[in-house]
Ligand binder design. Structure first.
Ligand code: UD1
Length: 341
């Protein structure tokens, strides 16, 4: 019998790409989302890409414990991939209570209901933000976590710990936390991608919106960092590659191949790219000249961070494959798709 995966927050940027890869790998998927930060564009795109107009969709809020319990009562769920949560760093600083309440309540309701219903496989979407400003690069899963610089980052740390402690306390429950570096790009079909509300905070949506003329000029936040070209360095991981890591991780759980009951994996390329290098790659990949200027540093940014992805490479059998230019060309195709071009 096909295994059924619940993707909470599955209508968003990462969730929609993960849904496509899960279906492609032969899983049944239930997508649940409260649509607080997205519309149906990506879910409709997922249906087109997979040719599956019948993917179950539940509009619900995981902060609602009764609704969460009902979802597990009415469906047999083998594993949960949990994305439902707020993710804007700046907003989390001005609205900490909203962030703590939403991100913590929703995951704890999922864990509680999953436990009641014998769903023992939980995958949590964590972030490289837990490493803060690392002392040594690249970061391995053993690199120390640093005190979070935002409530958003803190929710990631807290929820990793909630999962770790639940796994320890409740027999049979298994957990994997995937620590994402900088997910970018879009599906090659250009039918799903990132849909930021308002002015984008993240670099690549700002680049594509500038390129298409929605924004006048990209500000590069800081060119006086102690890096080769003075701009920050990140590990930009293609969204489809990142989505595939979830399939490997879920399979590992469902097939009983985990070495410990709680595992953590970095999901990155292992290759640093500076903000300027990324802009150059975008221009080369698309032939579009980008209007940009240097601006002061952005508060809270780390100088440089990139992954050592060896553990995921070895244990999950997963590796980032897509060249950055293909990733950026896909992000551009998605932006043009949105603009109807
Ligand atoms: C942030 C979050 C990370 C989250 C990721 C999602 C923190 C500290 N960071 O990462 O947890 O997973 O978003 O994608 O919690 N930049 C510009 N101009 C812009 C926008 C960005 O120069 O208009 C620069 C930034 O200064 C930074 C780099 O681009 O150096 C990447 O920024 P961004 O895309 O926002 O990601 P992070 O801050 O690395």
């Amino acid at each position: 019998m096909k295994k059924c995966i619940l993707v909470s927050g599955g209508a968003g940027f990462i969730g929609s790409h993960v849904t496509v890869e899960l279906i492609d790998a032969g899983y049944d998927v239930i997508v649940a989302d409260n649509m607080s930060n997205c519309d149906m564009t990506c879910f409709e795109g997922v249906k087109k890409i997979t040719g599956r107009g019948d993917i179950p969709f539940v509009k619900m809020d995981f902060c609602d414990a009764v609704a969460t319990e009902l979802l597990f009562t009415t469906n047999h769920i083998d594993a949960v991939i949990h994305f439902a949560g707020f993710k804007a760093v700046g907003e989390s600083v001005s609205e900490p209570l909203q962030y703590y309440q939403n991100n913590l309540d929703s995951f704890m309701n999922v864990l509680e209901s999953a436990r009641h219903h014998g769903c023992d496989n939980i995958l949590f979407s964590s972030s490289a933000t837990v490493y803060g400003e690392p002392e040594k690069l690249p970061v391995t899963e053993e690199s120390p976590r640093q005190p979070a610089t935002s409530p958003y980052g803190n929710t990631k740390q807290i929820l990793e710990d909630v999962l770790r402690d639940s796994v320890q306390a409740y027999s049979n429950v298994k957990g994997i936390a995937l620590r994402y570096f900088n997910p970018v790009g879009a599906h090659p079909s250009a039918l799903i991608g990132e849909l930021p509300r308002g002015v984008p905070n993240n670099l690549v949506p700002f680049i594509t919106q500038t390129a298409i003329g929605k924004r006048e000029c990209l500000s590069i936040f800081g060119n006086d960092y102690p890096t080769p070209d003075g701009t920050c360095q990140r590990d930009f991981i293609d969204i489809v590659d990142l989505a595939k890591a979830h399939v490997f991780a879920v399979r590992r759980m469902l097939e009983g191949k985990m070495k410990k009951e709680y595992e953590i994996f970095n999901v990155g390329t292992g290759k640093p790219l500076s903000v300027l290098e990324l802009i150059t790659a975008f221009q080369e990949a698309t032939g579009v000249k980008l209007n940009y200027k240097f601006a002061p540093r952005r508060a809270g940014d780390v100088t440089a961070i990139w992954a050592d992805p060896s553990l995921a490479n070895q244990e999950l059998g997963w590796k980032a494959e897509r060249p950055i230019k293909d990733t950026l060309a896909a992000a551009w195709a998605w932006e043009k798709h949105l603009a109807g071009k």
